[in-house]
Structure formats: C-alpha cells, structure tokens
Design a protein around this ligand. Structure first.
Ligand code: MN
Length: 482
C-alpha cells in the first residue's frame, strides 16, 4: 500500500484496524477457529500480507487480531511518516518524550468492564501458538511496573504463560523491569504490575524503545502520537495504563515464588527451555465493552519488526554520534531482526569500517554480525549486501572476530556444555556467550580506473517502458526481422 506523508497517527487499535479493513489489509476468518495452533497457523500464513481477524475464536465471545504491524510500510503509515523517515521519526520521539495525561476512570475505555473474579481463560481468548509450547501464552502483553523508589514507570513486552485461573508465569530478562522487581523482592515485597493487551501500534512500538532505565516508554508513545498518551490508574494498584487500550490484567509479581515456565517458541524460531520463572498473581481484569484481544505469533514479521525498528533507530543514533558518515542501518530479517546489522557508511579513510563495527557491537549485546557497506548499496536489500561482500570483502583482511562476548541468550548456537559439581558432563544449555563477527565490505577510498565502479547503463533508471515497449506486438518466427 502507498505510504502517505500526510496521514495522521492512529489513535487507538480500533482506528488502525479500521484503516487496514478499509484498504483490504484485514482478513476475517470463519467463526470458531480453534485457539490451539489453528489460529496461529492461519495468522502465520497471512503474515506480512494481511492482518488476521478471528471472530468468536474457539467459541469465545472476544475476537482475536494478529499481524497488524507486519510491514515496515504499515508501521511508517501508522506513524504518519514516509518509510524512508521511519528511523528518524522514531529517534526524534525517543529523544523528546511527552509526559502522559492522567484521566479519570469514567473517561477510560479500558475500565468500562471490571472483573474481580478471575478465570483468565474463561475471560480471555488466549491462544496456544507453536508445536512444543507448554500451553496458552500471552504474547502481546505490555507489562507496566513502577520503580518502587522513584515511581517512574517502565514498559516492556514479556512472554507470559497462563498457569491457573489467576496465576501466570513470566520471563523477565535482566533489564529494567528486572531491576524494579529485584528491588521489591529484596525488600520482601510484591511488585504491582499491569499487563496491557490491545494497544495501538505506536504505543506497542514505544514499548520497545532502547532507552535508559527510568525513562517511561509511554512518554515516547505520547511523542509518537504527537500528543500526551491518556493514562488511567489501575483499579487495584497504582500502575498507570493507557486509557484507550482494549484489555488490562492487574496483578502482583510475588516475592520468593518461582514456577516452571516453557518450553516456548521464541523470535529466533527456536524453543526456550523450561525453567523456573517469576509468578504474577492476578487481582483484576478490566476491558472495554466488546474488547479486542491481540496475539503476536512468535517469530513472524509483527514480532520481528516490533523489536527491529526501535533498535535500528537507537543503533543509528548511537553510531552517528561517533561516525557522521553512517547513513542508514538495517537489522536483516534473516538475522531474526536482532542479530545481523547492515550499515551504510560513507567511508573517508581506510580502517574506519572496523571502528564502526566495534561501536555497533557496543550498541546492543544482541548484535552478532555487522556488515559495513558503501553508500551505493541498499542495506535493506540482502541481495545487494551479499553482492558487496562477494566483491569488496576479503576474509583475511576485512574480517574481524571478537571471541567470548555476551550475546542473545535465545540464540541456540551460544549453547555450551557445563560440567556438574563432580565434573560429570551435563546437557548443554544456552548461555548467551557469543562471538562477534564484523565484515568490511567497503571498497578502497582510492582506486585505479573503474576497478570498483558499480556497472550501470545510462538511462536504466529513467527509461519509460510504457513508451518503449509495444503492447501486444507479435513476431513472425518464420521471418523474425520482418
Ligand atoms: Mn525501560
């Protein structure tokens, strides 16, 4: 679909879905699609072409939607910018947050219906996604918590497994939520949280901003919207949630409680192992009248892009601080939109690409491979990047390898064997210990003749095929020249 530079950002999820529906980008399924596997299978088949809408999934009254931000161009459209301006617009918002606007409960659609008697799977249509997943998972829940000391909020998306009517286990990686949680648990206290399902695209994108701790991601959501995000205080705790969201689960992370969670199919298209995780005790569920439930099918484009775009914006800003010659970056889809970074760089002096690589590895621990290319290569086109590696890179000269750094714990190739206490070999497991590989696929600054000049044919971009090609022309193969 064409990206309009004049479109206004979608205010809430419904407005965005209506826009997709009006432009033939929302596929509506039959009723009663099973919540176990079948719903995710259909969404996966539609991934990147249409969002999927499931009325009465598994007979449940609440519809499910998936894949409504599965293209870069759609995300740019939701932000109201051209695709080429996506990273710059995101960066501007991340650097200029807008404080939220608190509204009263009766002005908050997300609290139109309040449930205090909790049976999660009766209340919500929570799908089971991948083959070896250990049951139903909330995959598009924005987890909001407050710093127990300062009250500043944090937003992140964490996978959450439903364990009982009112209990869920959650994966908390060692980032901001983890810090808040550690402080609470060290004091022997529960950490109040809210899990928000059915937010608008911009609030979801803001939740993935790579900003320092105690920077409220909802203020970035406000900046992306161009007006403060409306928030409301939860019914059972002090957490503030987006007032225009569809569904909110209120609860507490319980101190000194762990339960087994997993396996679960994650973004690298592999399963995380079953391990003991933190537990949320659910106190209330609130939602709009006739709410919409959002599920992200793991490892599909919606999942990959949600992580990639904020990371690209942050990595671009990070690199440009030291290297103004960096023009664009892209986390390739094949590199699960997290591990492989392509950098477009205007090289002025030999050796600079290696400095750029080191800066990129320091920018995010997930980055495992960096390919630096010249400005005549489109970093979004894997074929062009491979061409640059094929013709401007020599492994003995242009390859940089750093051994034993920290990488993604979800990358199965970081698996190591660990011996037991008596030296007995234990099964290998994922530790995140990762090598970093940098490829300098730039041409020399100076060279003779046209050794490194990319071949082009004069007129190839400007030729008018409608004028040059004769429609319906036939050739007499007995006399081809006639
Ligand atoms: Mn944060």
């Amino acid at each position: 679909m064409a990206t309009s530079t004049t479109s206004t950002p979608a205010r809430d999820l419904r407005q965005w879905l209506a826009r997709l529906g009006d432009s033939d980008r929302l596929a509506v399924t039959r009723e009663n699609v099973p919540l176990e596997h079948q719903l995710a299978a259909i969404a996966k088949r539609l991934d990147g072409s249409k969002a999927a809408w499931f009325p009465k999934p598994g007979g449940h009254a609440i519809p499910v939607v998936s894949g409504f931000m599965s293209r870069r161009s759609w995300i740019a459209e939701a932000m109201g910018v051209p695709e080429s301006g996506l990273l710059e617009a995101y960066r501007r918002a991340a650097e200029n947050p807008l404080p939220c606007e608190e509204v009263a409960a009766d002005d908050a659609p997300c609290q139109q219906v309040v449930h205090m008697e909790i049976d999660l799977q009766r209340l919500l249509p929570i799908p089971t996604h991948s083959e070896h997943d250990n049951g139903a998972y909330i995959t598009a829940g924005m987890v909001i918590a407050r710093n127990p000391v300062t009250g500043v909020q944090n937003v992140s998306i964490n996978r959450i497994q439903v364990h009982a009517k009112d209990r869920m286990a959650i994966l908390i990686l060692p980032r901001h939520l983890f810090s808040y949680w550690q402080a609470a648990e060290a004091a022997g206290q529960a950490l109040p949280v809210a899990v928000v399902i059915g937010a608008d695209p911009l609030t979801l994108l803001a939740s993935q901003a790579v900003v320092p701790i105690d920077h409220d991601e909802m203020e970035i959501a406000g900046a992306l919207h161009g007006r403060p995000l409306r928030v409301v205080k939860c019914k059972t705790n002090d957490v503030r949630v987006p007032a225009d969201a569809e569904i909110v689960i209120e609860g507490r992370l319980l101190p000194n409680v762990r339960e087994l969670e997993g396996p679960f199919g994650e973004f690298p298209k592999y399963y995380s192992a079953q391990e003991k995780r933190e537990v949320i005790q659910v106190d209330a569920v609130t939602h709009r009248k006739s709410p919409i439930y959002h599920t992200i099918v793991p490892a599909e484009m919606e999942h990959l892009l949600l992580g990639a775009i904020p990371r690209e914006a942050t990595l671009l800003a990070h690199l440009q601080r030291s290297f103004p010659g960096v023009k664009d970056v892209h986390l390739s889809v094949g590199g699960v939109a997290r591990y492989h970074l392509h950098v477009k760089f205007d090289k002025r002096r030999e050796g600079e690409p290696k400095n750029v690589m080191m800066c990129a590895f320091a920018g995010h621990y997930d980055v495992k491979q960096v390919i630096v290319v010249d400005t005549d290569v489109d970093v979004h086109d894997p074929q062009q990047v491979e061409w640059a590696v094929a013709t401007r890179f020599q492994a003995d000269r242009d390859l940089m390898v750093v051994a034993g750094a920290q990488g993604s714990v979800l990358d199965p190739s970081t698996t190591v064997g660990q011996d037991g206490p008596n030296g007995e070999p234990a099964p290998p497991y994922c530790q995140g210990i990762s090598a970093k590989m940098g490829l300098d696929a730039t041409k020399p600054v100076a060279y003779h003749g046209h050794v490194f000049t990319k071949v082009r044919v004069p007129g190839e971009e400007s030729v008018d095929l409608a004028r040059e090609v004769v429609a319906g022309a036939r050739i007499d193969w007995n006399n081809p020249g006639a």
